[in-house]
Design a protein around this ligand. Structure first.
Ligand code: ACO
Length: 385
């Protein structure tokens, strides 16, 4: 039996429209654009509207990922949603997403591993595909931390933003998807990044609300030290495990928490600046959503493409961390070139004849052309060298 790999064949993101700039924060707390940018690399972040929830962002990102993958929701084998900020403590947000997508009876679960959640989920999904349990798995990283941030606490409120990113993993015979992964956890540092209220330790009462226990508390300095110590090593380990060196990595897509942490990890393994993908300036720290949002942007900008080997590394609450080396292999089906982007509500798309009659076939034709051009280009490149 040939090996089963889990190739990334679809990707999508959702970033709310409302932008919260450093200048806006200057009006809320005693801080400055200069301090925030110099210490973190953040210029602005996105914040959801009061009517949007975590599930809405996850569903929007997932719809795009399924459209690009050309996979119907009901053909999924599993849905994993990585988040620390679900709509409700129960039911799991994964079931809300499964239902909204029309993924009838498809298994779904929510995975909580702080900012490392997406890489944990990706690794888990890969196992289901490799073991022959599923052929298509939807993995979503989503976070709505703005509802848990204390906008009077300058040490946390400048950092976090909202958003979602999703990928579809599909079985492939070619070496693809997660080639190696490293997962780690050190609960001795749990109190350094904690939302103390709302769980069994401090169920919600008037007192817990008065004490402000329902917002994120962070000892930034300790988290910074932990991250600087751990992620360079995890990165080196995961690259070695894949049987590669840092030269073999085409693009490093780190968790976007702090530019200084990213740069020190990149330096530790010897990645030049041009191999690092950074978008923290525009989104801040979107926790479990940060790597998938960055991955989608890397695809959209052509910085990540078929044939590339990518390295992910993330760290966060737990404390926990995760790293993965991911290869993007050629898809069996060409990527629909003109698939309709978000913003069109699903019910409009469903009744829009253009979508089915013109755009989809046109998208497929252009997709085939694009795939043909890609093949010709790689043939010429191979024959030139
Ligand atoms: N504006 C102005 N001054 C500030 C601000 C602010 N927004 N925040 C803190 N300061 C002050 C502090 O009060 C302190 O003042 P003092 O010296 O008078 O006491 C000074 O700036 C230095 O504070 P530090 O905390 O030492 O600053 P540091 O350089 O460590 O930067 C930061 C703080 C940015 C939070 C950094 O520690 C960091 O990024 N840590 C990692 C956080 C992180 O990545 N968390 C992600 C986990 S993700 C998850 O799972 C949800």
């Amino acid at each position: 039996m040939s090996e089963r790999y889990a190739n990334i064949v679809g990707w999508g993101k959702y970033t709310p429209e409302q932008v919260l700039t450093n200048a806006d924060l200057e009006r809320l707390v005693e801080t400055s654009d200069e301090w925030i940018f110099k210490r973190t690399g953040i210029r602005e972040r996105r914040i959801v509207s009061p009517t949007e929830n975590t599930s809405d962002m996850a569903i929007a990102a997932a719809r795009d990922a399924l459209a690009i993958a050309d996979v119907r929701a009901r053909d999924l084998g599993l849905i994993i949603v990585a988040t620390s900020s679900p709509d409700y403590l129960t039911p799991p947000v994964s079931s809300q997403v499964q239902h909204a997508l029309g993924a009838r009876d498809v298994g779904a679960f929510t995975l909580v591993a702080g900012c490392a959640g997406f890489v944990y989920a990706l690794t888990t999904a890969q196992q289901y595909i490799a073991n022959g349990v599923c052929d298509n798995v939807l993995v979503i990283g989503v976070e709505l931390l703005s509802r848990f941030v204390d906008y009077t606490d300058r040490s946390t409120c400048v950092l976090f933003g909202d958003g979602a990113g999703a990928v579809v993993l599909q079985v492939s015979n070619e070496p693809a998807g997660v080639l190696s992964s490293v997962l780690g956890s050190d609960g001795s540092g749990a109190e350094h990044l904690i939302l103390p209220g709302g769980g069994t330790a401090n169920p919600p009462t008037h007192e817990t609300i008065d004490q402000g226990l329902h917002t994120l508390k962070m000892n930034g300095n300790q988290v910074f030290r932990f991250a600087s110590r751990i992620i360079g090593k995890a990165l080196r380990q995961v690259i070695q495990q894949a049987g590669l060196t840092s030269d073999d990595i085409d693009l490093f897509i780190p968790h976007q928490a702090n530019l200084r942490i990213i740069e020190s990890a990149a330096k530790y393994v010897g990645f030049p600046e041009e191999k690092i993908f950074i978008n923290i300036d525009r989104y801040g720290n979107t926790s479990a959503a940060s790597i998938p949002i960055a991955l989608v942007e890397a695809f959209e900008q052509g910085r990540a493409k078929v044939g590339d080997t990518l390295a992910f590394v993330a760290f966060g609450a737990g404390l926990s961390w995760a790293a993965a080396v991911v290869k993007v292999a050629e898809r069996v089906k060409p990527i629909p070139f003109l698939h309709s982007r978000r913003k069109t509500p699903a019910w409009i798309s469903a009744f829009n004849p253009l979508n089915t009659v013109v755009v989809k076939p046109l998208g497929t034709v252009l997709g085939l052309l694009q795939a043909g051009i890609q093949r010709l280009t790689s043939w010429f490149r191979r024959n030139q060298s």
